[in-house]
Ligand binder design. Structure first.
Ligand code: SAM
Length: 290
């Protein structure tokens, strides 16, 4: 099967199967071999790797993955694309296509069963409507992971890399940076896709930490605090946490933790670094246990 990275080949398959792009599934298929090469090189796929691909579409990137990896599992929600994938991937015996919603897949189980519990690589041109739940879900469920290399909306890539004090900094930046080192690999213009998305795109690679870079007593509590702190961006961190209600923390307790850290009660969430959030949540957790 000729490469689907070449637009003419994609057009042929789309015609043959009379494929109507499903907007609700975020279907924008890649039609640029340079971008595909860049993604595969950045992901550093070798014949030792088990790769999970989210949303193979008509199999464009899957072909590249199959050429380079030991084994590929490709999870596609749209059942109309399954017969297409049977054709476009017919020459590979190292791929399994699963017709399912990625959010319903137990990826820990997949890594266990298919890769002996060893670290897997995730590669995807993600459907943008579920970028955050997919990334957060994988990171927070402690799947054994080497890296996640994904195409996302450009703004989302910027949020993942954002530093404290900037407008893009928030819960996603902190979660991504807690679990990984993020590197933007390339900006990708809309004309590399069919149909063209009406947003800019970027490839980002998250290299997962073997050990987290900050010491945290209760990870779940840390992320509750982080989410609450950014829930109401215009409010102070103290009001955000108290108004959120999900953390069970009282105003005086937030004030005491801030005092112990030498921070003002009026401080906003976006001013705190990951290290400071870790310290703040450890202190608050101690206060709550009293
Ligand atoms: N990988 C292909 C490419 O690069 O050309 C297609 C990428 S397209 C942006 C996203 C793909 O994800 C579509 O094929 C879409 O049907 C699929 N998809 C959307 N939601 C999904 C979900 N919840 N679980 C699995 N696949 C999904």
């Amino acid at each position: 099967m000729a490469s689907l990275g070449i637009p003419q080949n994609t057009i042929e398959i789309l015609k043959k199967y009379n494929i109507k792009f499903q907007k609700k599934f975020g279907q924008n298929f890649l039609i640029d071999t340079h971008v595909l090469d860049k993604i595969i090189n950045a992901a550093g796929i070798t014949e030792k790797d088990f790769v999970l691909e989210i949303g193979p579409g008509i199999g464009t990137m899957t072909q590249y993955l199959c050429e380079n990896a030991r084994e590929v599992m490709a999870v596609e929600i749209d059942r109309n694309l399954i017969p297409v994938l049977s054709e476009t991937l017919s020459e590979y015996n190292n791929v399994t296509v699963v017709n399912e919603d990625i959010l319903k897949i137990d990826i820990n189980k997949v890594a266990d069963e298919r890769n002996g519990g060893k670290a897997i690589k995730v590669v995807a041109n993600l459907p943008y409507y579920i970028t955050t739940p997919v990334i957060m879900g994988i990171l927070e469920s402690h799947v054994p992971l080497e890296s996640i290399t994904v195409m996302v909306q450009k703004e989302v890539a910027q949020r993942m890399k954002a530093e404290p004090g900037t407008k893009d900094y928030g819960a996603l930046s902190l979660a991504v940076q807690y679990y990984s080192d993020a590197e933007i690999i390339a900006n990708v213009p809309a004309n590399c896709f069919m149909p063209r998305p009406n947003v800019g795109s970027a490839v980002i690679k998250l290299c997962c930490h073997k050990k987290t870079c900050v010491s945290v007593d209760n990870e779940k509590f840390l992320f509750k605090i982080i989410r609450a702190s950014f829930n109401q961006r215009r409010k102070t961190l103290q009001n955000g946490i108290v108004n959120d209600g999900s953390t069970g923390v009282k105003k005086e307790q937030v004030a005491e933790a801030l005092r112990q850290m030498g921070l003002a009660e009026t401080i906003r969430g976006e001013a705190l670094s990951l290290g400071q959030f870790a310290e703040f949540s450890n202190i608050l957790w101690d206060i709550l246990k009293r």
